[in-house]
Design a binder for this molecule. Structure first.
Ligand code: HEM
Length: 457
């Protein structure tokens, strides 16, 4: 089969043929917002709704309009209320939820943490963790494993290692457990938030997470103290995120509390996202065995000649393309939400003050006017010779503009290293029960998991 045409259509909700009632809408938003969108959302450049449940709403699909909102007039758009209500209680002034001057100062202070040199320095720990994780499959050869769950564990191990180098206060296992609980209970859109209910009304969806949050913050605070003491003693400290963040502490840099908020932000933003994309990649490739075989051959050739994992991202364009195409169809962050600070216009579109603006990678990446056969998983779209045809503002897995994902290079490097380690040793195949359904929680998750058969290559 020719890779240029190799494709398959992975599961996704069909566009709605008629708008749901308000009650139905609330139910869908709670259960799975991806099921909300109708035909126009996948066909029109934008949809402006004046009487939405949370006030006027704009769905922006047109690349020019997206550029206007996220880049050219970004200063007029703040983080949307609903998103802040869900995330701020957990992440406080971490970079993802900070606004205004705090955000500007933090982003500047954090730039040195994410330099190419530091990201390159993380390649070895990423490889070490991926290899240690992969070895666990040896006991499961011929059996079934939930690849989705596995990828969360793998990216968590990588993040924990690059954050703290294993120097965590308390038991690492209890830390992992608290992370799980926290995001399971706190990451949900509460119907009360959508209705704009006042903050003092308790959100059942979040109460359960509070103990977890307190426990978790305590571990992070103690871990920071341990490291600070080590640095003060001038003991040799690892060059991980924690050391780099502590170096950014100071009057023009980060306050102590902000360092804690950012560690929690990295954990929140930096492992589930990559895990989801890796899981969907392995699932999609199991449906395209010929493409998978080509990627395996690419990986084998690179591993035989280039031991330095820093170089792999550039040397494995087919693996990278498979991952990028999985993020097109299943963007880990399916919706980027903003709110207009002042009234604005774009072409003949009026954007009133306070309008909620959705730039949804989910609909933009599946838009009929922007992509040929949008529902097909076709990695060749991202092969180097085709890559230029994809406009900057039609493919936004990491967002765009001043608030673009600060961890994008980290994530891409991590993904290709993980794919190289896993796919050089094992093959993950479909089972009759492999029937994932994409559901939007904080990320685009496969409901039902990804049960797959693991075998040695
Ligand atoms: C495949 C993996 C990832 C995806 C798809 C992803 C996606 C995104 C997106 C779409 C945004 C922009 C949100 C907005 O504009 O509202 C964002 C922001 C952010 N991401 Fe990522 N991310 C990934 C991995 C990571 C990693 C590994 C880290 C950290 C180690 C990270 C940390 C952040 C932070 C701190 C922000 C906020 C930046 C700011 O507002 O200045 N992300 N991410």
């Amino acid at each position: 089969m020719d890779t240029a045409t190799a494709s398959f259509r992975p599961p996704a909700p069909s566009p709605r043929q008629k708008p749901p009632s308000t009650l139905q809408m609330m139910r869908i938003v709670y259960r799975n917002p991806l099921e909300l969108w109708g035909e126009p959302s996948y066909n029109e450049p934008w949809i402006s709704i004046s009487g939405g449940i949370g006030g006027p709403l704009l769905i922006a699909n047109d690349p020019g309009l997206i550029r206007h909102i996220l880049v050219d007039n970004a200063k007029n758009y703040k983080m949307a209320r609903v998103r802040q209500k869900i995330l701020r209680p957990i992440l406080r002034d971490g970079l993802l939820t900070a606004e205004g001057e705090v955000w500007r100062r933090s982003r500047k202070a954090m730039a040195p943490v994410f330099t190419p040199r530091h990201i390159a320095g993380f390649a070895r720990p990423m490889l070490k963790e991926a290899e240690a994780f992969a070895a666990r499959y040896e006991e499961r050869i011929g059996g079934t494993t939930d690849v989705s769950r596995d990828m969360t564990m793998l990216t968590f191990d990588i993040l924990a290692e690059t954050l703290f180098s294993g120097e965590i206060a308390g038991e690492p296992d209890s830390f992992a457990h608290q992370v799980d609980r926290l995001f399971e209970t706190m990451g949900r859109v509460d119907p009360l938030d959508l209705l704009g209910a006042p903050d003092w009304l308790p959100r059942v969806t979040r109460i359960l997470g509070r103990n977890s949050l307190a426990f978790f913050r305590d571990i992070v605070a103690r871990t920071m103290e341990m490291r600070k003491e080590k640095l003060a003693r001038k003991d040799e400290a690892p060059e991980d995120f924690l050391t780099l963040l502590l170096r950014a502490e100071g009057p023009d840099g980060l306050a102590r509390q902000e360092i804690e908020d950012n560690i929690i932000t990295f954990i929140g933003a930096g492992h589930e996202t990559t895990a989801r994309a890796l899981g969907w990649t392995l699932y999609c490739l199991a449906n395209l065995p010929e493409e998978r075989a080509r990627i395996e051959a690419e990986i084998d050739a690179v591993l035989a000649s280039e031991p330095d994992p820093v170089k792999w991202l550039d040397l494995m364009p087919l693996a990278r393309a498979a991952f990028e195409e999985a993020m097109r169809l299943y963007p880990p962050a399916p919706s980027i939400n903003r709110e207009a600070i002042h009234g604005d216009t774009y072409a003949d579109l009026e954007i009133p003050k306070g309008m909620q603006v959705l730039v949804m990678p989910w609909t933009v990446h599946r838009h009929r006017k922007l992509w040929d056969d949008p529902e097909a998983y076709r990695p060749s779209r991202f092969h180097p010779e085709n890559r230029e045809q994809i406009g900057r503002f039609q493919y936004l897995p990491f967002g765009a503009g001043p608030r673009v994902c600060i961890g994008a290079t980290f994530a891409m490097q991590e993904a290709v290293i993980a794919m190289a380690v896993l796919m050089s040793r094992y093959r993950f195949d479909l089972l009759p029960e492999t029937k994932p359904w994409p559901v939007q929680k904080l990320t685009t998750q496969p409901q039902g998991g990804l049960p797959m058969k693991v075998s040695r290559r």
